[in-house]
Design a protein around this ligand. Sequence first.
Ligand code: NAG
Ligand code: NAG
Ligand code: NAG
Ligand code: NAG
Ligand code: NAG
Ligand code: NAG
Ligand code: NAG
Ligand code: NAG
Ligand code: NAG
Length: 501
Amino acid sequence: MLATERVLLLLVSLLSSLFHCEHSLAFSLKNCTILYSENSNNVSVTCAEHHLTAIPDDIPGNAVSLNLSSNDISNISRMDLGGLSKLEALYVKNNWILQIDDGTFVDLVELKVLDLGENLLTALTKNMFQGLSKLETISLNNNVISFTSPVVFQPLVILHLVDLSNNYLLDSDIEWEVSNKTFLRSLTRLHMSETSLSFEVYRAILQTAYSLQEFQMDNIKKWIDDGLIDVACQIPSLRTVDVRNSEIHNITEHMLQSCSNLTELNLSFNNINSMADNALQSMTQLRSLILQNNELSELPVAVQRLTTLEVYDLSINDISELYCPYFWNLTSLTILDLSHNQISYVSECVFQNVNNLKILNLENNKIMSFIDTFKDKLQTLEFLNLRNIDIMNFIQGDFHSLSSLQYLYIDLDECDSVDEGGFEGLDNLQILYLLGDNYFYDHFSGLSNLNTLILNENSHRLQRDVTHCKLVLTKIRVYTTVFCFVLFKILPHYLYTNTNG
Ligand SMILES: *[C@@H]1O[C@H](CO)[C@@H](O)[C@H](O)[C@H]1NC(C)=O
Ligand SMILES: *[C@@H]1O[C@H](CO)[C@@H](O)[C@H](O)[C@H]1NC(C)=O
Ligand SMILES: *[C@@H]1O[C@H](CO)[C@@H](O)[C@H](O)[C@H]1NC(C)=O
Ligand SMILES: *[C@@H]1O[C@H](CO)[C@@H](O)[C@H](O)[C@H]1NC(C)=O
Ligand SMILES: *[C@@H]1O[C@H](CO)[C@@H](O)[C@H](O)[C@H]1NC(C)=O
Ligand SMILES: *[C@@H]1O[C@H](CO)[C@@H](O)[C@H](O)[C@H]1NC(C)=O
Ligand SMILES: *[C@@H]1O[C@H](CO)[C@@H](O)[C@H](O)[C@H]1NC(C)=O
Ligand SMILES: *[C@@H]1O[C@H](CO)[C@@H](O)[C@H](O)[C@H]1NC(C)=O
Ligand SMILES: *[C@@H]1O[C@H](CO)[C@@H](O)[C@H](O)[C@H]1NC(C)=O
């Protein structure tokens, strides 16, 4: 052998051992692609959107993730997935699957995630999921399942999440036989929506899901009227209930009576306009109550005794008045969202005793003035949103006690003036967001920790008045004159800023 040949050979073998990882991935597949991975043990294969009618037979045996979504596959048999013993995630969403043979998944001993959503499955048969002892999540949403074997979920001993949403059933005689109580024993989260299961079927499912921690319902109004929330709440482990889009108008005395162990309740996007005064009486552990997007015109009395409440979201309702002593017992409250209401008046005593509040959102209301609203109160407040309220004037002392405030968002479009000392007391303010054309430059000097001033990009005055801008902003630390020209875009949400401009 020639010396050069030997060198070449050496080089080739060196290179191939160096790039062993790429080499082993350089598999040529007919219909699929191996996604590049730095870790050669983590082979991710995608065959999505290839008009496949069957599962390709050349899937590498070391595949960890396989995506077969959006094809035309109509059935899966035992041979199709044979030998894929490393597979942890299998996505077969959006196909035409009618039939899955018993034992199809027996080799998939490592599988954690199985997505069978958006198919045409009508039945979950006895041995369908055999072997999936490590499965944590299964999605069966948007099928037409009307038969479920009582033992189908039995092999799934550590299953946490089942998504059975949107199973538009053809026939109302669904059988959900759950005589064997080992049925859904390790299920912790269950999402259901728009199924046409009967109340009795729901009850049967819930009665076997005795490790359930989170229950989400969407669009199942009729069963809520019959008391489904109460049935769910009888599961001792249940902590979170989320009932959205279900046209609830009225929270009655008994609707939530078993819900004493709940820590989170989300009733957003309903039509709630009334709540019985004792509707939440049993809830001694509740930490988060989301009533966003309803039709409440008054503060619900039922809430005022929830001393454990930390998050209270009443945004997007029709509340017009904040009165005392409504919030006085809500001593654990840290986040209060009252944005997008009709609040015109906030009396002086409203926030008395609310000694842990960190975030207060009053955006989009009709508040015209604050008269001692914040005086000697809310010393822990860090974020205050006063955008789009009808405030006319900030007078000296309005913010006097807000010594922890770091973020203040105000809209000065309607505002005629900021009194001398209007921002006094905001010793920790770091970020001030101002919308509107009137910038009361002379008052910023008191804000000794301000480091970010975010102005409306439409500010004509500021663009014109560059000299004035320079003058003022030299008082604000950190800022260079460049900033005068770079007018930041409106921040869409609190707690993240784009100050790189
Ligand atoms: C494989 O890679 C994906 C994406 O890079 C990552 O999310 C996953 O945790 C990895 N799995 C293993 C077993 O390394
Ligand atoms: C699988 O492929 C579909 C279709 O291309 C894609 O939308 C989806 O995000 C992929 N799933 C994963 C987990 O990569
Ligand atoms: C895969 O690709 C080959 C060659 O392009 C094609 O004949 C076959 O129908 C495709 N489908 C499967 C499932 O292999
Ligand atoms: C499964 O689908 C393949 C491909 O469309 C088809 O040839 C086969 O007959 C089907 N098997 C069953 C049992 O329906
Ligand atoms: C429930 O199923 C398990 C596992 O198959 C079995 O061991 C147990 O005997 C069954 N219990 C009843 C009451 O049928
Ligand atoms: C509340 O939780 C406790 C402790 O887990 C449990 O003993 C009790 O039965 C639960 N109450 C309800 C109504 O589920
Ligand atoms: C409450 O439900 C709404 C949808 O109805 C959702 O957007 C929101 O994130 C949920 N909030 C919490 C805190 O879970
Ligand atoms: C709420 O429902 C209860 C029980 O159905 C009824 O007595 C009460 O009048 C309703 N309240 C409102 C305001 O609709
Ligand atoms: C606050 O709690 C005290 C003591 O339990 C009670 O007497 C008072 O009525 C409560 N106030 C409100 C507004 O619920």
